[in-house]
Every structure is written in structure tokens, then in C-alpha cells.
Design a protein around this ligand. Structure first.
Ligand SMILES: C[S@@+](CC[C@H](N)C(=O)[O-])C[C@H]1O[C@@H](n2cnc3c(N)ncnc32)[C@H](O)[C@@H]1O
Length: 281
């Protein structure tokens, strides 16, 4: 298997991927607000062959397979622990038209024009060379095939920022503006993403702004424990003193209390739903 995104492969096959696999229900609760927007735009047809990029534990792949009842869905991901979870859930649910493969989507030899539609819920922001990666995905699509993905969007009133602001009162976090590493915070600018997709050979690129509510936990304490278990947060705080981490936890829990609504911590967050059309292999 050819892998060029080796740092990502390491993270998603290490603590981070294991945490997602072990807590797949919680992560799904966190990000599944995007599903209705993604699938409303993707319009999966009954005969479609669907590729799900960075499918993780496979919730969106399974949903796509359900809609493509006479077609099939293939999920690809770097993370063996997440793929293992994806395969097990699909087997438990008796879904027979779905498969999962470990692959680096940037360089994997997909079957040329083997898919009618490629989708992704937050699995396309981690490529070291996004133009090469999207060109590779484009070759996997039939001419006229669509790529539809959801990713983060920055805007001033992002409730998620309350978490980082509360944390930063006690510990130092990397400044996304100075950290150019691939990841969700550096893949939010619609103009930049449109240029990448165009350079990669896609046409008719559109970006639709959407809001969705994310459920972080049943109460502020539960949500804070979950957030402090995230791989990136553990990484950022690895050199902080235990006193500072404890103070940061308290500060985050306090901030999240404002968002305890109807038995859960709910924060709304902005996203983009991008569509692009493959011009042909
Ligand atoms: C934020 S998670 C989202 C997972 C899933 N789409 C979901 O919504 O639950 C990002 C996923 O992208 C995968 N990923 C990152 N870089 C990748 C690459 N180059 N090729 C394939 N998968 C990749 C990671 O392994 C991880 O599972």
C-alpha cells in the first residue's frame, strides 16, 4: 500500500484513530448534523457507485450504500482501527453493498472512472498535496461524476471558539494562522478550496454555507472530558503542567455550561458543502 501522508497515517493508526474508533458513536453525534446537508446535495441515486473519502468508522458510507440500493459504496481511509469498526458495524447491520479499504486517497490506484460520485464528511482536509489528491480522486470518477464534501468554515460567530478561548486562558494553543499543517482549521477558505479543486481538474465548483448543531456530551463535565480526550488536544497540552491543564478543564467546563440545552451540550458550527464536477480521466 502506497502512503505519502505518513504523519496522518501515524496519527490515525495511533491514539487519535483508536479514540475515534472506540468513541465512534460520540464522534458521530458530534458531526452527524452535517449528514442532512451532505446527502441533500449529494443526491445519491439507487444505481450509484459511491466512493467515501476518509470514511472513518463508515457512518456516511453505510448511509450512501443504503441510498445506492442497486449500486455500492466503497469507503477508504488511512486508519485500520476505524476501518475495522466500519466493517464490523456494516456486518452487524447486514449491509452487503459496502466495502472498506485502507488507502491514502492522495495516491491510491482507484479504478479509473470506477465511481459516479465521491463524498466525504470531513475526510479531505488532511492531504499534504491537495491538488494531487483531488486530481487522483477526479480520475476515479466518471466524466461528469460529482465530488460532494463537507468541511469546516470560519466565521466570526463560531460557538466552537468558546471552547478554545476558555482553554487558552490557561494553556498555549497553536495559532492556526501560523500552523500550516494540513487539517480542519487550514481547509476552510472557500476561495482557496475552489482554486485547489479547479487546479485538480474539477469544474462547476460551488460552496454552500451551512450551519449544524453538534452535541458534545450530556452535560458540561461529560463534554469537557470528551474534548480533553481528543488526540489534537492531548498533543497541544503535552508539555503543559497538570495544574494548568486542570485549570483549563475547569474553564472549558464553565464555558460549556452556557450550552447545556435539553439534556445535552449543543454548539452550533459553520460548515461548507462543496460540489465539483469531474471533467474526465
Ligand atoms: C475527521 S475524521 C472523519 C471521519 C469520517 N468521515 C466521519 O465523518 O466520521 C478524518 C478521517 O480522514 C482520514 N484521512 C486523513 N487523511 C487521509 C488520506 N490521505 N487518505 C484517506 N483517509 C484519510 C482519517 O484517517 C480519518 O478517519
Amino acid at each position: 500500500m502506497k502512503i505519502v501522508n505518513s504523519h496522518q497515517a501515524q496519527a490515525w493508526n495511533g491514539y487519535e484513530g483508536q479514540h475515534w474508533a472506540d468513541n465512534h458513536d460520540r464522534y458521530n453525534t458530534l458531526v452527524s448534523g452535517l449528514n442532512k446537508h451532505l446527502f441533500a446535495v449529494a443526491k445519491v441515486g439507487p444505481g450509484d457507485r459511491v466512493l467515501d473519502i476518509g470514511c472513518g468508522a463508515g457512518q456516511t458510507t453505510r448511509l450512501a450504500a443504503g441510498l445506492a440500493s442497486q449500486g455500492h459504496a466503497v469507503g477508504v481511509d488511512l486508519s485500520e482501527p476505524m476501518l475495522d469498526r466500519a466493517r464490523r458495524i456494516a456486518a452487524e447491520e447486514g449491509i452487503s453493498n459496502v466495502t472498506f479499504e485502507q488507502a491514502d486517497a492522495q495516491v491510491h490506484s482507484f479504478p479509473t472512472a470506477g465511481f459516479d460520485l465521491a463524498i466525504s464528511r470531513g475526510g479531505i482536509m488532511y492531504f499534504s498535496d491537495p491538488v494531487a489528491a483531488f486530481a487522483n480522486i477526479g480520475r476515479a470518477l466518471v466524466p461528469g461524476g460529482r465530488l460532494v464534501f463537507g468541511c469546516g468554515r470560519d466565521y466570526g460567530e463560531n460557538e466552537f471558539d468558546r471552547i478554545w478561548e476558555a482553554m487558552m486562558r490557561h494553556v498555549e494553543l497553536p495559532d492556526p494562522a501560523e500552523d500550516n499543517a494540513p487539517g480542519p482549521v487550514n481547509f476552510t477558505n472557500s476561495g482557496q478550496i475552489t482554486s485547489v479543486l479547479t487546479e485538480a481538474g474539477f469544474a462547476q465548483v460551488t460552496a454552500e454555507p451551512r450551519e449544524s448543531v453538534s452535541v458534545f456530551g450530556r452535560d458540561a463535565e461529560d463534554a469537557t472530558t470528551f474534548i480533553f480526550g481528543w488526540g489534537p488536544v492531548r498533543h497541544w497540552l503535552r508539555n503543559a503542567s497538570s495544574a494548568d491543564v486542570a485549570a483549563a478543564r475547569e474553564s472549558v467546563a464553565d464555558a460549556l455550561r452556557t450550552f447545556e440545552i435539553d439534556g445535552a451540550v449543543r454548539l452550533s458550527g459553520p460548515s461548507w458543502v462543496f460540489t465539483a464536477v469531474a471533467e474526465g480521466a
